[in-house]
Design a protein around this ligand. Structure first.
Ligand SMILES: [Mg+2]
Length: 219
């Protein structure tokens, strides 16, 4: 039975991409954009809530001011959906990300592969355009391995994938083992808490990451 959460894999041509160059797949939240900062600012400005980054979590890090217990998880999810539905364009780019992508684009085709609710598509796309990131956006649900594999099999050239979450990196490594995988965690506060894996180089500086990706697709 087909997995209802599987995202359809677009043809590279339909995205305006060439099969004649390497392909790089790049995540948005905590890779190209400062998601935790943006979501935290939204919680503070619109709901008077605090984001406390003292562990690697999302909804468990949202508190009412002065509270000891985090917010109810269902309420956290509701706020998360509200952020993506109306405010996810209010986010700063990760330092160095835009310049690094621009350099990579001289040698590679780039796809922005983001796990975000469908309602976020227009705001997310507008945000990318505003940052000067003029690459096709695919919104995915669930592990990224299946869609990444569907994209990279369309090109004979080397491919690379960047994400902050080890679960997504593992999924891509499992489904598309020839694709180079890199972990990047943009938020300084999140970095000490973010799990890493020996399977994927962790490079939190975008200038270094850009060079590593470039080396991997020139192999
Ligand atoms: Mg992410």
């Amino acid at each position: 039975m087909a997995d209802p959460q599987t995202t359809a894999v677009p043809r590279l041509e339909s995205l305006g991409l060439s099969r004649d160059r390497p392909l790089v797949l790049v995540d948005v939240d905590e890779v190209l954009g400062m998601f935790m900062q943006g979501f935290g600012d939204f919680l503070a400005a619109h709901h008077g809530l605090e984001m406390r980054i003292d562990r690697y979590a999302l909804f468990q890090n949202i508190y009412r001011p002065g509270a000891v217990e985090h917010l109810d998880l269902a309420e956290g999810k509701r706020l998360f959906d509200a952020f993506f539905g109306g405010h996810c364009h209010e986010m700063e780019p990760a330092p160095g990300a835009v310049a690094a992508l621009e350099r990579l684009a001289a040698h590679a085709e780039i796809v922005i592969l983001s796990n975000a609710p469908a309602e976020a598509e227009r705001l997310r796309s507008d945000w990318l355009t505003k940052q000067g990131i003029a690459h096709p956006l695919i919104l995915n649900i669930g592990p990224k391995g299946p869609i990444a594999a569907g994209l990279v099999t369309q090109t004979p050239h080397p491919t690379a994938f960047v994400d902050d979450l080890v679960s997504n990196l593992d999924s891509v490594a499992d489904h598309a083992p020839a694709t180079a995988t890199f972990q990047h965690v943009a938020d300084l506060r999140l970095r000490p808490h973010a799990p890493r894996s020996d399977r994927h180089p962790r490079i939190d500086d975008w200038a270094d990451l850009g060079e590593a990706i470039e080396a991997s697709i020139r192999r």
